[in-house]
Design a protein around this ligand. Structure first.
Ligand code: AFP
Length: 313
């Protein structure tokens, strides 16, 4: 029994997507049990970049690694693993993942997710991931929220699937998501205001001035602290997301990771008609030099991302 309706998925990629969905459905069940199961939000150590690891971060990483190994994936890169793992010699694909994004929300029942990016594997492990983001052959996220959702792209639009609790499989809900051109909401962690660059501050202040200011319309504000939740809201009803570089030590390139957070989300967003940049340059034209490198990230409704780029000129 496939974990997802295969009708709109390229046959060569189906085993990988099916494995991600099988594992995702299992992770969803574990999350849904919450405190009835093991302490998912308990701190268990630090990852490669010194970020605090939660029990569910480590468990999800182990589950996705096993699932992708079973699907014949050659290389697996993860936020929770210092180095790229070699899974199946000669396998066709290389998969990078943030197995559990939004960990700070695990214990408070807020939407969290898994983000993944797929490349055709090269001979070497690192070179399979340190390459232009435009070479991705698939990218997506699984959102663990009121619904368990999969948004995925293969380069021909962004598809939306919902995990049907009655069948245990992901069913197609929308064949081509359309990210609205105009926005009425923006997302940024406002507690960092004193650390922002001038263009970012200017953009936020334009939004705060609302109808009395240059923008001529009021904007609402959202910050969930979970990239998957923010991305799904913006894909669905438009908006802007900013995690820019700021003056805090260690945040010179923002907080989000190029290989397994920024690049896959950029592919999804642009395939739905939105834009994704580092504030100025399109993300898909950029390549990662290091597996865990960070990248300033701005994405969402075309009009807004272009406004932010203009403010950087
Ligand atoms: P965690 O997985 O460590 O909670 O980080 C989540 C995240 O990478 C992304 O999902 C959020 O948009 C962002 O960090 C929130 O960052 P702040 O906590 O600095 O607002």
């Amino acid at each position: 029994m496939p974990a997802i309706d295969p009708a709109h998925i390229p046959a060569k990629l189906f085993p990988v997507i099916d494995a991600l969905c099988t594992t995702g459905a299992e992770v969803s069940r574990i999350i849904a049990r919450g405190p009835l199961g093991q302490a998912l939000g308990a701190g268990v150590g630090e990852n490669s970049d010194g970020d605090q690891q939660k029990a569910l971060d480590v468990l999800a990483d182990e589950m996705f690694e096993a699932g992708l190994r079973g699907a014949g994936v050659r290389f697996y890169a993860s936020e929770e693993q210092e180095e790229v793992l070699s899974l199946v010699p000669g396998g066709r694909y290389a998969v990078a993942a943030d197995p559990l994004d939004g960990s700070s929300n695990i214990d408070v029942n807020v939407t969290i997710g898994t983000i993944f990016s797929v490349f055709e594997a090269k001979e070497g492990a690192d070179e399979s991931f340190l390459r232009p983001a435009s070479e991705q052959v698939a990218a997506g996220y699984i959102a663990y929220g009121p619904q368990c959702l999969l948004a995925v792209t293969f380069g021909d639009g962004t598809q939306l699937y919902v995990l049907d609790p009655d069948t245990g499989a992901f069913a197609l809900a929308e064949e081509k998501m359309a990210l609205p051109e105009a926005a009425s909401e923006f997302s940024i962690n406002a507690s960092n205001r004193r650390h922002w660059t001038a263009p970012v501050l200017a953009y936020v202040e334009e939004n705060e001035a609302g109808i009395e200011g240059a923008k001529g319309k009021n904007m609402n504000f959202r910050w969930v602290g979970s990239l998957v939740a923010e991305t799904h809201r913006i894909l669905t009803r438009g908006g802007t997301f900013l995690y820019p570089s700021d003056a805090r030590s260690g945040y010179e390139a923002g907080r989000l990771r190029m290989v397994y957070e920024v690049a896959p989300m950029a592919f999804l967003v642009e395939q739905a008609g939105g834009l994704a940049t580092d504030g100025v340059t399109p993300i898909l034209s950029l390549s990662a030099e290091k597996l865990h490198e960070r990248r300033p990230f701005v994405f969402g409704s075309r009009q807004e991302v272009e406004r932010i780029r203009k403010l950087h000129d």
